[in-house]
Design a protein around this ligand. Structure first.
Ligand code: NAD
Length: 256
């Protein structure tokens, strides 16, 4: 039972491959003594997620597409059936159509807007609601956001709006869950080259600007985000809820 998360069980949603931020978080949680439960989105991901999970002793893997309530209900049932209570829930999920991550925001289509908001923001609400019965008192929820929620970033468009809804949801959920002793926070990560990030046009330029202008003059390492997630899910953060914690080498504080 050593480590900041010794004896705890964490559900990690959003590992697609070894570049996923969720995978960096899972590795850090495992290092700190947590037992991991992973979800995968669909059959195409199952093998990769099982292979990665297999490298962390004692982990299990379950299916879940967050846009389906039936999947979320089954996930909660499976966790209950395995006799697992959750001490941490990591929500590291977002999606928008590629055509909505470029051009002018004013051209966002109705269906694309609804899809991005559903998968990237409402899924946090839905997952939390379905998993409430298995979240132990003292549990912590963490989600991933980006500074594009409050500042206009090139080609981030509808995803920025979804992140604004996500961050606001964190505050409302914190108010709902607080009386149960459950905390919820977001980490606003600097840009990191992952499969999702590749969908954003001009992403390499964003990485360059970050390195040039952030106070620490470097790009964000997924391991830095993961360590912040460990902190937020550990007893060290027991007085913190409804917060957005920036892990971006200070980029968000800069003007021009
Ligand atoms: P990623 O592509 O590795 O992870 C995104 C995950 O979302 C994938 O595992 C995918 O399967 C999952 N997902 C999408 N739709 C889903 C659905 N319907 N059901 C279940 N899962 C679904 O990319 P990432 O960069 O690790 O993204 C993780 C989170 O971090 C996202 O919320 C993203 O917006 C956020 N984030 C990323 C960056 C960055 O620069 N990479 C910066 C800040 C925040």
């Amino acid at each position: 039972m050593t480590g900041l998360l010794g004896g705890k069980t964490a559900l990690v949603m959003g590992v697609a491959n070894r570049w996923s931020i969720a995978w960096a978080i899972a590795q850090a949680f495992s290092r700190e003594g947590a037992r991991l439960v992973f979800t995968f989105q669909g059959e195409r991901q199952e093998e990769d997620v099982r292979e990665l999970a297999g490298t962390l002793a004692g982990s299990s893997v379950l299916p879940c597409d967050v846009s389906r309530d039936a999947d979320l209900a089954r996930l909660a049932e499976s966790i209950q059936a395995e006799g697992l209570g959750l001490d941490a829930l990591v929500h590291s999920i977002a999606f928008a159509n590629r055509e909505d991550l470029g051009g002018a925001y004013v051209d966002t289509a109705r269906a694309g807007f609804a899809l991005a908001l559903e998968v990237s923001a409402f899924s946090l609400v839905a997952a939390t609601r379905h998993l409430l019965p298995v979240l132990r008192p003292g549990a912590a929820v963490v989600t991933l956001t980006y500074v594009g929620s409050s500042r206009v970033m090139p080609n981030y468009n509808v995803m920025g709006v979804a992140k604004a809804a996500l961050e606001s949801s964190v505050r409302y959920l914190a108010s709902d869950l607080g009386p149960r002793g459950i905390r919820i926070n977001a980490i606003s990560a600097g840009p990191i080259k992952t499969a999702s990030a590749r969908a954003i046009q001009g992403f390499s330029r964003i990485l360059d600007v970050m390195k040039e202008r952030s106070p620490l003059r470097r790009n964000t390492d997924p391991a830095e985000v993961a360590d912040a997630a460990v902190f937020l899910c550990s007893p060290l953060a027991r007085g913190i809820t409804g917060e957005v914690l920036f892990v971006d080498n200070g980029f968000h504080i800069m003007g021009i």
